[in-house]
Ligand binder design. Structure first.
Ligand code: NAD
Ligand code: ZN
Length: 391
């Protein structure tokens, strides 16, 4: 089959690789019909995620048709159309039983010879196409994928819904929604959201769905800001034109937003993987003159408010203003999304017409165009907001 393979920073290649096969009785094989590129893939593309190996298959936002199931998968059959959540979860451990699906104890057992436990204390769930830190599973930017624990993750798509409408259940719709839910929104609340990429767009929409009175969206790309304004009704700030902290104070009567949501992540930081990963760190340290979103969010947030992180972090992030967070009594919430928990409720919202996530797609391209697709999504060329690849 054809698959998008990683060969180094900024080096994605479409290659012919062996078809996946059933390795475990709970596996299914999916023939992929739509697969997207995520902001998280850009961290790999940028070379910030260590523990990638040349030839690793990318992609964790995908859907398609079941073509084969292992003997222990009783809920799916050949021909079913499914969306696959990006975390791989067993459905039976301490964490899955508590709806903490992205923290599954059983999908990422090797976790790179214990290195991730040394860095993080415990290992999170495995993720499709997201390095050997996260299990080393082949991703879904391919013609086929093997889906482990297929009796737990994939959700069947009801007739009448297009791929474009349901594909983002795999990740970014639940991610935006969970990040907004983590804001503990109360009636009348003002929520500030950094980043108007796909995750930010859905966080903005979700914040309104969850009852925010006002959402202030921050980015520097006019077309992304315009989308936040026109599609969701956000007020917008271009951080290249104004002082974000000052503007937020002014717009909230001096008090600060009730919640601040970071939908940017690593991109806006010098990222350090000190100690164990000295060498990697030298290779991946990103110098940036962009404002540090996490610092801005903590300082801008009103006393007693919540800072919610959807943006992905790795390694160590220096100079987080813990003093401000502590003395203002802030709540910090974060993490990989527990996608499984949100699949059904969000599918219902799509069916009701509360949300049609397809509006963020700017490009639909054949799988063969993946190298160009990464380039335009990363560099925001051609007003690119989201690419869907069609194998
Ligand atoms: P994206 O790269 O398309 O969007 C990021 C946006 O942030 C861009 O529009 C960029 O201009 C903006 N930005 C950069 N610096 C900024 C700053 N200083 N202030 C305000 N805006 C700034 O990516 P995306 O697909 O929207 O993903 C966003 C983040 O969410 C990424 O870090 C991604 O890894 C993360 N993510 C997390 C999860 C999860 O499970 N928590 C899942 C999916 C994606
Ligand atoms: Zn993603």
């Amino acid at each position: 089959m054809k698959a998008v393979c990683w060969h180094g920073a900024m080096d994605m290649r479409v290659e012919t690789v062996p078809d996946p096969t059933i390795l475990n009785p709970r596996d299914a094989i999916i023939k992929i019909t739509s697969t997207a590129i995520c902001g998280s893939d850009l961290h790999i593309y940028d070379g910030f995620i260590p523990s990638m190996k040349a030839g690793d298959i990318m992609g964790h936002e995908f859907m398609g048709e079941v073509v084969e199931v292992g003997p222990k998968v009783n809920n799916l059959k050949k021909g079913d159309r499914v969306v696959v959540p990006f975390p791989i979860s067993c459905g039976q451990c301490f964490f899955c039983n508590r709806d903490l699906w992205s923290l599954c104890d059983n999908s990422n057992p090797a976790s790179n010879a214990g290195v991730i436990e040394k860095l993080y204390g415990h290992s999170p769930a495995a993720l499709f196409g997201y390095s050997h830190f996260f299990g080393g599973y082949a991703g879904g930017q391919a013609e086929y994928a093997r889906v482990p624990f297929a009796d737990v993750g994939p959700i069947k798509v009801p007739d009448g819904l297009t791929d474009d409408q349901v594909l983002f259940l795999s990740d970014i719709l639940p991610t935006g929604y969970m990040a907004a839910e983590n804001c503990n929104i109360q009636p009348g609340d003002i929520v500030a959201i950094w980043g108007c990429g796909p995750v930010g767009q859905f966080a903005i929409k979700s914040a309104f769905l969850l009852g925010a009175e006002r959402v202030i969206a921050i980015d520097r790309f006019p077309e992304r800001l315009k989308m936040a304004q026109e599609m969701s009704g956000a007020e917008i700030l271009n951080y290249e034109e104004i002082d974000v902290g000052e503007a937020l104070r002014e717009m909230t009567g001096g008090r600060g937003p009730d919640a601040c949501l970071d939908a940017v992540g690593l991109e806006a930081h010098g990222m350090g993987l000190e100690g164990l990963y000295d060498k990697v760190m030298q290779a991946v340290r990103m110098e940036t003159d962009r404002p540090n979103v996490l610092r801005q969010a903590i300082v801008a947030c009103r006393k007693g408010g919540t800072v919610s992180l959807a943006g992905v972090y790795g390694g160590f992030i220096d100079k987080v203003p813990m003093g401000a967070a502590f003395n203002k009594g802030l709540t910090l919430k974060m993490g990989q999304t527990h996608v499984h928990k949100y699949l059904r409720p969000l599918l219902e919202k799509i069916q009701n017409g509360d949300i049609d996530p397809s509006y963020i797609i700017s490009h639909r391209l054949p799988l063969e165009d993946a190298p160009r697709a990464y380039d335009i999504f990363k560099n925001k060329k051609e007003n690119c907001t989201k690419v869907v690849l069609k194998p």
